[in-house]
Write a protein that binds this ligand. Sequence first.
Ligand code: ROI
Length: 161
Amino acid sequence: MADTLVYIGLGANLAQPVQQLERAILALKNIKDTKLVQVSSFYGSKPMGPQDQPDYVNAVAAVRTRLAAVDLLTELQQIELEQGRQRKDERWGPRTLDLDILLFGNDLIQTERLIVPHYGMKQREFVLYPLAELNSNLVLPDGTRLTELLTTVPLNGLTRL
Ligand code: ROI
């Protein structure tokens, strides 16, 4: 079976977020049947959602995997839990680590556990700009060009750290 190029969004805004992302990247390197191929710069971003929470640190990583998407998701959720992620009731609250599958090749996935492409990615500056650093020629499965999205989504204070 061939491998799949996957883009993963990383985000944290608690408990030393830069270190959380660095630790998560080490953990990505250890996922079975998966190779880390690229990591963007780290970015500081304003919280999307409730504003009474710290700023975020965000990045995007590219991996090549032979795992099925759902099995990769299980691995990512395990890493989140190992880094102290607590599932809270509050929607869009702060978190020590968030790992989102943004794109899984050109696959469209709509299951109970997983929706890919990530539902919010087209509107999120903290996803689109790091992604563009990895592949500015990227075209989404629906044919949208990343460069096109960048013209419509402002930086909103996003800064490269
Ligand atoms: N806001 C920013 N800036 N970065 C995130 O990674 C992020 N993640 C989230 C919500 C709470 C929606 N806001 C965010 O899950």
